[in-house]
Design a protein around this ligand. Sequence first.
Ligand SMILES: *Cc1c(COP(=O)(O)O)cnc(C)c1O
Length: 351
Amino acid sequence: MPAVPSLIERYAAHLPVTDRTPRLTLGEGATPLVRARALERETGIPEVWLKVEGQNPTGSFKDRGMVVAVAKALEAGARMVLCASTGNTAASAAAYAARAGLGCAVVLPAGQVAAGKLAQAIAHGARVVAVRGPFDAALAVVRSLAEQGEATLVNSVNPDRLEGQKTAAYEVCEVLGDAPDALFIPVGNAGNITAYWKGFVEATALGLARRRPKMYGYQAEGAAPIVRGSPVAEPETVATAIRVGNPASWKGAVAARDESGGAIDAVSDGEILDAYGFVARCEGVFCEPASAAAIAGLRRRARDGGLRDLRRVVCVLTGNGMKDPERARSLAGAIAEVEATPDAVRRALRS
Ligand SMILES: *Cc1c(COP(=O)(O)O)cnc(C)c1O
């Protein structure tokens, strides 16, 4: 038994699982909720918390939904799982399929996947194909293949994925003793904001929380279909995990926004990278650029005076910064290379 029971075990009563569902686990969930003092000082909000989802086994929140989707596929006798991915879904599907003894095929948008995510999919033995076009084109391909019975689709259009992902909202309520006043979250294919809202609604019904948070979702300016109100044919952003032009859970995201009295806005790549550097340098938490869209949104809304009544907010940091080492490397210039002497190193550190 793992020290912390598996996500399926812990939340079995609230998930679409039975006694026959395999207790698949890699130790997902139960991620840290970390107080963000530098963001509190900057925004003037009394309590800002970071839900550090990059601490999941494959480095993103995708593991919460994937463990349920792959366990259900296994229970149903599937031999193979299939997904389209901007990278993290592929990494997660590959790892859980390996664990479960299933085959895994992933279809990626060519040239748009961070190096760490691709490395994970390959290491875990997935078959990888890149298609010319954005994530949306890859998703259309795998939906069609799944309909033809090629394999079980484990994208977030699979309802088991969202069921698993909603457990993050339960955890936030368990740790804080209630839901926060607001939740800040990046929006790509919009499954996660949909899942969190479902989780918070259930948490209030179960008595885990008294209130429901306002849901603030953030897209990147170059990939903001929900903000614009129409699909984007060629989405563009440095935050590759949210480079999505036609979100599958569009309706769920709009419902979360409207039922909670929140908003879905766009932030620029400049704001995203600024927030990415800020949380790493000032909070000690290294997230990936897509995750930083939530921080960028919080900072912008606080600056504009839109958060004065809020006492406690949670930002979801969806993925680990180590997924995309090249992006981090670009934050600094050349690294000084000197003789191996104390004097030379001291001079270099001072310059
Ligand atoms: C998948 C992903 C997102 C977007 O989540 P959706 O459910 O597609 O909206 C954001 N950040 C990271 C790191 C992701 O992997």
